[in-house]
Design a protein around this ligand. Structure first.
Ligand code: HEM
Length: 408
């Protein structure tokens, strides 16, 4: 894209169809861009996005979530800071890592994946998006919370609406109204469940939240409901797109798929490279705490900054040949890819680094292993070329595959 051509707007159909050439033009020509429709400063280079996320000098806040998600979720850890943030984050963090993830939740993850695969393993054909990816992570979260998976369609509808609200860059009134409806419906659904769980606690994550005390005070029903809403949305839509993404990337690079099939320890590499190359979340916002110098300009206090993860992860100053999907690249560290020391930016960095990163990794690892075992000659349906959909979050819209069923 030459400088003579205006750079397409992030709200244009051209951007939605393929944002990557636009990202490149932004990095090269307008690394700091005032965007009138979203009233935000857009940053696109790796160095700048990483600096905002790490926030070493406490220059950026997450107060943007006050208007971005609070109207649908209620108040959640995303928008909190300092001790309040740390204390609440610590309530759920153990469930998503270490022994608790391994012992309590790995069986849940394996079982949920198997159940979904059983429904199509004898069919010889499936759509990995609708039959698997959109169902698996949300079922896992529902199970972890002890909610009824039979309500899957409702959970799926709710989290899709929440994410649409979060990414409603154009301020579409219908998207806003749907968000408002979801807030009411989800509260009506959750309050009776929370009341029952307070009376009859189990060993699920919802019971943990019901029993938890923050500074000697029990979390309110409203707090707990907001947390559950965040977990369903943050853990559902993102991992759903990550699973579809890793398969889209591998199926379109069959030699790399063959390597992963032969050596399953490469799944981590394939997942890390998928997070870099096609991150599920393409943009995350922050607000400036005070006037700040960034990307060659000065931003006033209280300004909104839109950090383009999808662009930063393809910055040629950071990654060689950034538009190539290559699980063997040596400039992406796999061992730290699921921790706050990650060098891709798909989970952000710093205090709000994705608390579910290891859970997502466990789901992807289990899913890829089980799907490859069930579908030995897995390939895309004849003539199908995967394409991505979405601007704020982004992933393959469909992934029809064919395979020879394995006799059981
Ligand atoms: C590949 C899958 C995932 C991706 C790409 C992803 C992405 C992200 C990103 C970018 C953030 C940072 C938001 C910010 O800094 O403003 C975040 C935070 C968060 N994620 Fe994830 N996420 C994924 C999976 C999950 C899962 C499985 C869960 C668990 C249910 C989860 C729960 C959360 C929560 C609770 C936060 C807020 C953390 C905080 O504010 O301290 N995520 N995620």
């Amino acid at each position: 894209m030459s400088t003579a051509q205006p750079i397409p707007d992030i709200l244009s159909p051209e951007f939605a169809a393929d944002p990557y050439p636009v990202y490149r033009a932004m990095r090269e020509h307008t690394p700091l861009l005032w965007h009138e429709p979203t009233k935000s400063y857009i940053v696109s280079r790796y160095e700048d996005v990483a600096r905002v996320f790490k926030d070493k000098e406490s220059q950026f806040t997450t107060e943007n979530y006050d208007w971005q998600v609070e109207p649908v979720h209620g108040r959640t850890i995303l928008q909190l800071s300092g001790r309040e943030h740390a204390v609440r984050r610590a309530l759920v963090a153990p469930a998503f890592r270490g022994a608790e993830l391994q012992n309590t939740f790995m069986p849940v993850i394996r079982r949920n994946s198997e159940e979904l695969i059983d429904a199509f393993r004898d069919r010889g054909a499936a759509d990995l998006v609708t039959d698997y990816a959109t169902r698996f992570p949300v079922n896992v979260i529902a199970d972890m919370l002890g909610l009824d998976k039979a309500d899957h369609d409702r959970f799926h509808g709710w989290y899709t609406t929440v994410i649409a609200f979060l990414g409603n860059l154009t301020g579409d009134p219908e998207v806003a109204a749907a968000g408002e409806r979801t807030r009411v419906e989800f509260a009506e659904y959750m309050f009776p469940v929370i009341a029952r769980r307070r009376e009859n606690p189990g060993d699920d994550l919802l019971s943990t939240l019901c029993a938890a005390e923050v500074d000697g005070v029990r979390m309110s029903d409203e707090d707990i409901k907001a947390f559950c809403s965040l977990l369903l949305a943050a853990g559902g839509e993102t991992t759903d797109k990550a699973i579809a993404g890793i398969f889209a990337n591998l199926l379109t690079h069959p030699e790399q798929l063959a390597s992963v099939r032969a050596d399953r320890s490469l799944i981590d590499r394939a997942f890390a490279e998928t997070l870099r190359y096609t991150p599920p979340v393409h943009m995350i916002m922050r607000q400036t705490a005070a006037e700040v110098e960034l990307a060659g300009g000065t931003l006033p206090a209280g300004a909104t900054v839109t950090c383009l993860i999808g662009s930063a992860n393809r910055d040629g100053e950071r990654y060689a040949d950034p538009d190539r999907f290559d699980i063997f690249r040596d400039d992406l560290t796999t061992t730290t890819a699921f921790s706050a020391a990650a060098d891709h930016l798909a989970f952000a960095l710093g205090r709000h680094f994705c608390v579910g990163a290891l859970l997502a990794r466990a789901e992807v690892e289990t899913g890829v292993n089980q799907l490859l075992d069930a579908m030995p000659d897995l390939r895309l349906a004849d003539g199908f070329v995967p394409s991505e959909q979405g601007v704020f979050t982004r992933g393959p819209s469909a992934l029809p595959v064919v395979f020879t069923p394995v006799p059981r």
